[in-house]
Design a protein around this ligand. Structure first.
Ligand code: PMP
Length: 426
């Protein structure tokens, strides 16, 4: 029987020594109350919480797990490098090989810089945009997440207005809105950020039109300011190239993180020749940015990206999951909003203004061994098989049955944090 007593104990201890018990997007504060905060291990497609419950994990560490947790080839490469050296007085030669590998795969890019977090990459991209253009304003889509730095964090607590003064927002996939944002910058646009698709929390995902992407490209050309695609979340999940290559658009700068080393800590920023001098001119570094183990893991991850059918098989499984869930929802009298690419699915419910249905459904799926998310896009990983999807669908079917039986008794979602986020998303 499913239980979470050890997790509850740990949370109580955590609250004494860690602010809030946990912070940031991996805090379970906005999740259904039973969701475990602490885990003990992960392998392949599976995740075990501290109470020993096993889940098929549809979050993939919020993105980093691309080939399955503990992929043997990637871990062997990491272990070999760990024997030789990790964080040293300077980078390993692997840094050159990794930059060469990334540049050979990402069409728009002629160079790469490595860092640790997605926020490092996006913040550095902003700095390079300004160094290149000698202008100040940065355009970002409303609600888009580009990281936790003062200029981009969604939580304004502790942030002064001055730190956001140079940020102008536009509506994603809305050309008029983007043009208005450009006009309001009065000739001071340093760069324009776009995520590959709109992948906001608590909201349906939105794939942009090719016309929009091409128009953004043209605007940036006219302004002589970089188009920056933030591929931190979606990178290598939509293409073996920058994600906007699918739309026929080459950015000037792209930001990478999460999946590029299958969970080993490394991120990257890449750019075209035109931005080489600007990139060279800024000061950027970090104590752990040049550690060699993540670079070894990254090289092996890139090899698997190039040499395996991971992308096609993940899409196939994503379609199987989406179709199966749709059929179940209809048969139990529910209506799902399944949006985003099938390999990065968002699953919300129609007629669920406070998300009580979605919350109850994922809470029930959790107890049947499937870790779904009620408000964040999910990530399939390439270790998944048709058998995992079928097992998932068995669990989801039980969750739908329970949801139907309980439908009129499901309590309102009263978590004030959730209600506040829902208000923003609307
Ligand atoms: N950009 C995007 C699109 C992201 O999804 C994220 C992380 N969720 C970031 C930037 C920031 O990455 P990190 O948390 O590694 O700083």
């Amino acid at each position: 029987p499913w239980s979470n007593s050890r997790n509850s104990e740990l949370l109580e201890r955590a609250r004494r020594v860690i602010p809030g018990g946990m912070y940031g997007h991996e805090s379970t504060a906005l999740l259904p109350s039973d969701f475990p905060q602490f885990f003990s291990r992960a392998s392949g497609t599976r995740l075990w919480d501290v109470d020993g419950n096993e889940y098929i994990d549809y979050l993939s560490a919020y993105g980093p797990n691309l080939f399955g947790y503990g992929n043997v080839d990637i871990e062997a490469a990491a272990r070999r490098q760990a024997e030789l050296g990790d964080t040293m007085t300077g980078p390993s030669y692997l840094m050159v090989e990794l930059a060469e590998a990334m540049v050979s795969m990402v069409s728009h890019a002629d160079w790469a810089m490595f860092c640790k977090n997605g926020s490092d990459a996006t913040s550095m991209a902003m700095t390079i945009a300004r160094a290149y253009s000698k202008r100040r304003k940065i355009l970002v889509a409303t609600g888009a997440y580009h990281g936790s730095q003062p200029w981009c964090t969604p939580n304004r607590t502790g942030i002064v207005d001055d730190e956001r003064k140079q940020i102008i927002t536009y509506e994603y996939n809305n050309l008029e809105s983007l043009e208005a944002a450009v006009r309001s910058a009065e000739g001071d646009v340093a760069g324009i950020f776009a995520t590959p698709f709109k992948h906001e929390v608590f909201a349906d995902q939105l794939i942009p039109s090719e016309d929009f992407a091409k128009a953004v490209r043209k605007i940036c050309d006219n302004l002589d300011a970089p188009l920056i695609v933030d591929d931190v979340r979606a990178g290598f999940r939509l293409a073996r190239d920058c994600s906007w290559s699918i739309l026929g658009v080459e950015p000037d700068i792209s930001c990478w993180g999460k999946a590029i080393a299958n969970g080993h800590p490394i991120s990257a920023m890449m750019g075209s020749q035109r931005f080489y001098a600007a990139a060279r001119s800024i000061f950027a570094t970090g104590s752990f940015w040049f550690s060699a183990v993540p670079m070894a893991a990254g090289l092996e991850t890139l090899r698997l990206i190039r040499e395996t059918g991971y992308l096609e098989s993940t899409v196939e499984l994503g379609n199987r999951l989406r179709a199966g869930l749709e059929e179940q929802a209809v048969s139990f009298g529910f209506s799902l909003r399944q949006t985003g690419p099938v390999q990065m699915p968002q699953i919300l419910f129609h007629e669920d203004p406070d998300m009580r249905l979605g919350y109850a459904w994922v809470a029930s799926a959790l107890k049947h061994g499937v870790y779904f998310h009620p408000y964040h896009n999910m990530f399939l990983n390439a270790a998944m098989t048709a058998a995992d999807i079928d097992q998932t669908l068995k669990a989801s079917e039980r969750a739908f049955a329970e949801l139907k039986a309980e439908r009129t008794r499901i309590p309102a979602n009263e978590n004030p944090l959730v209600l506040a986020r829902l208000k923003i998303a609307r």
